[in-house]
Every structure is written in C-alpha cells, then in structure tokens.
Design a protein around this ligand. Structure first.
Ligand code: PLP
Length: 425
C-alpha cells in the first residue's frame, strides 16, 4: 500500500503557490493596522505549534473522544445502483459531534486560543453549525463564547440558536445589511478589533485574512487524510472523482487538499445555484456575478454589482449563501484544478429526498448540493471508477425548512397544535 502520507499529521510541506501570505494572487491580509498585530501573533503562534507533537496529540484526543473521529467512509450501494455508473462513497462528516465538519476546525482553534492565553472566543455563523461547534467546544474548555449571526439566519436555523444558548453561548443578532453571514463576519471583526487582548476570533471557514485560510484548511484536511487511508483500505487506490459543496470552502478544501498532487483525480466544488441566475438569487461566485475584489480582509472572488458593492445572495441552505469564497479555492479555480458547478434549491431538495430514501441518511441541505451534482454525473462514469462525496453535515438543523417544503400541511398543523398547547386552558 502506498503510504506516503500520515493520517494524523498536518500538512508539513506547504504548496509552492503559497507566497507572501497569498495563494497565487489571492488571499493576503487587507485589514486595519490594529488587526495586523493580532493576525501576526496568531500566525507566529500557529506556525510554532502546528507540528508540535503535544499539540497534535491533544487535538487528536479531542477529535477521537469528543467528536467521534474517524468518520465512516460509507460505500452507498443503493445510490450507486440507482445511478448505474461509478461507485459512490459518502464521507460521513455529519456524524461528528454537533452534526457537521465544522467541529474539526473549531477544536483546533479552541486549543490554539487556550494555548495563546485567550479566555473568550467569538465566531460568526450562517447555518449555525460553526456557531454550534464553537459553543460546544467553549463550554467544554471553559471559554466564554459570543456568536454573531444575521437575524435572517437566526430565524431559519432556530434549532441551532437554541442549542448554542443551551451551551452557554451568547448569540448576538446582526440586523444590518443582508442580515446573513457576510454581516455576521463584519460584526465579528469589529468586535475583535475592540477586544483583541483577551479574545480569539474563531473563524469558521477557509477564508478571511491570512493566516485563517491556512489554519482552517489544515484543521479540515483531516477529512481528506482519513478518506485517503480508508479508500486505500477498501479499494487499494486513490479515488477518481471528489465532490463537495462550497460555501466559504472549508469542507471542500479539507477533502481535496491531501489529494491535490494526484493529477488523475477530478475535483468538483458545488456552489448554491439558489432560485436561478438573476443577481441576488444565488451564491455562484464563479459565475457571471462573481468578480475579484478585496473584501473582509482578503482578495478573492465575490458577488458584486457594477460598483463593487457586495450583492445579496440566496440559497435554501444557510451555509452556502456567502458572497465570497476562500482564496485557495479561487486560485485552484483559476488554474483549472478544481471545477466549480452549481445546483439549484430545487435540485438540492430533490437530492435530499433521494439520499433519505435510498440510503436512510438525512443530509444537511448544504451537503445535498454535493449529492445533487454527484447524481448528475455519476451515470456518465464507468463502473470501475470511484467517486467520494463529502456529506459535510446531517439534516436535523434543517427540519424547519425541509418539513415546510416537503410536508407543509402536516408540519403547520403540528406547529399550530404546539402553539395551542401552550395557551392557558
Ligand atoms: C453542513 C454544512 N456544510 C457546508 C457548509 C459550508 O461551509 P464550508 O464551505 O466552509 O464547508 C456549512 C456552513 O455552515 C455547513 O453547515
């Protein structure tokens, strides 16, 4: 077996395209002077500790015993049969503690925060999964926790808001701009500037000013490293096709990164096509509305109008409707290494149901985008090809969206009865 990687270790050899804190032309740290010192402190600290055996062991312990890693790589026989093409494997990140891949990065950064002597963590969240993971790690590790969340997202991801509060986090509603993830990031950055002394900004995706894209990618690469070990155990070779949904980019770069050197693999990132191509109806950064720019501290592709203002976005999945995308993915898009496609709300909902019925797995709506694209292309591959789809999260959090869309009458009846139950008799 080809074992030239180490499943427990982070990426020792950086890629040649990372120079001067940029991935090719993208990335950087375009932030107010005050933040430079904090980012430098984080960068120096991370670089000094990332290969430290003690730090790695502590992280591995948490990933194993708190979050439940390794996550299964499950061969999906019914989905494979239904498509009649390549073999489809699902990487089950939704089985993580708190229900998504987000905790991989959170455990890493929470440990960093403690080692740097910070007593508070702040986070932004869209779908609530990153906030939930942060609240959970903070409760466990004795850190104070504040989560910034657009009030539109708070409404549509209420189960996660409730859970974050249960675990002692303060959820701060953000009521300006589009009132979604973009504005939550802005609010978190603003708070951080004012509380640098004792606060670590626990950023949730592979984006933002350097070194965040690197740190988040490293912590999420456990996904790809595990997949590699598992697929070698089952198939004795690398996969041929990798598919992942792309919000900011953390689950996709986490799966792809350990495989980038393999020239034979096809990489597909799936963006949110939302309601269709009109501006404001989707989050397809690598489409007509996406232009390069410097926003929220880093250079990348962002959905912008002709004046460079960030456009509103839409997706049925709160975790995919961000106007920007991680800088490493922007670079890998330009080089053609990763091919980006999009899937509409309707297609994602359809794929959501297919996975429920065929395999008995309820995916997060974000992950249903990856499934939808996999269902489209799998029939076109020969039976001996191997595809791995990243199931970044499980679908419990989306019950208020999926039940409304798929079982409307019964769902509203249930809600009405619940409300009536609560009235004084
Ligand atoms: C389950 C799930 N998948 C995917 C995403 C998208 O984020 P990323 O592109 O950073 O993986 C989110 C974001 O909240 C999520 O909750």
């Amino acid at each position: 077996m080809n074992r030239d990687w180490d499943v427990n270790n982070n990426n020792k050899n950086e890629k040649p395209y990372l120079k001067d804190r940029h991935f090719g032309d993208y990335g950087g740290r375009y932030v107010p002077e005050m933040l430079i010192t904090a980012l430098e402190e984080l960068e120096n600290f991370y670089m000094s500790i990332k290969e430290d055996g003690g730090f790695q062991r502590e992280l591995e312990y948490l990933m194993t015993h708190y979050s439940g890693r390794p996550m299964p790589l499950y061969f999906a026989p019914n989905l494979t049969k239904r498509c009649g093409g390549c073999k489809i494997y699902l990487k089950q990140e939704g089985l993580n503690h708190t229900g998504a891949h987000k905790i991989n990065n959170v455990l890493g950064q929470a440990l960093l925060a403690i080692k740097m002597g910070k007593g508070t963590v702040i986070a932004e969240t869209g779908a609530g999964q990153h906030g939930l993971a942060t609240a959970s790690a903070a409760a466990k590790m004795g850190l104070k926790c504040k989560v910034f969340m657009g009030d539109v997202d708070m409404r549509r991801q209420y189960p996660n808001v409730y859970a974050m509060k249960l675990m002692g986090a303060e959820v701060v509603p953000v009521s300006y701009g589009t009132r979604t993830l973009k504005d939550a990031v802005t609010a978190a950055l603003k708070y951080w500037i004012e509380h640098l002394e004792d606060t670590h900004y626990l950023l949730g995706s592979a984006l933002g000013p350097y070194p965040y894209p690197l740190i988040v990618r490293d912590f999420q690469s456990v996904i790809g490293r595990e997949v590699r070990q598992q697929i070698w155990e089952m198939e004795n070779r690398d996969p041929d096709i990798l598919v992942a949904c792309v919000g900011g980019g953390s689950n996709s770069i986490g799966l792809f990164y350990p495989f980038l050197e393999n020239e034979e693999i096809e990489f597909y990132g799936v963006e949110a096509g939302g309601l269709g191509p009109e501006p404001g109806n989707h989050a397809v950064r690598f489409g007509p509305g996406g232009k390069t720019g410097i926003i929220q501290g880093y250079k990348s592709y962002f959905l912008q109008d002709e004046n460079g203002q960030v456009l509103p976005t839409h997706s049925i999945s709160a975790g995919l409707d961000y106007a920007g995308i991680g800088p490493e993915l922007a670079y890998l898009h330009d080089t053609g290494k990763i091919v980006f496609k999009s899937v509409t709300d309707e297609e994602a909902l359809e794929a959501f149901q297919v996975l429920c019925r065929e395999e008995g797995i309820i995916p997060a709506l974000e992950s249903a985008h990856a499934i939808a694209y996999a269902l489209k292309i799998a029939p076109g591959y020969a039976a001996d090809k191997i595809m791995v789809v990243n199931l970044s999260g499980r679908g419990d959090k989306d019950i208020f969206i999926t039940a409304k869309a798929l079982d409307r009458e019964n769902w509203f009846q249930f809600l009405r009865e619940e409300v009536q139950d609560d009235q004084p008799h």
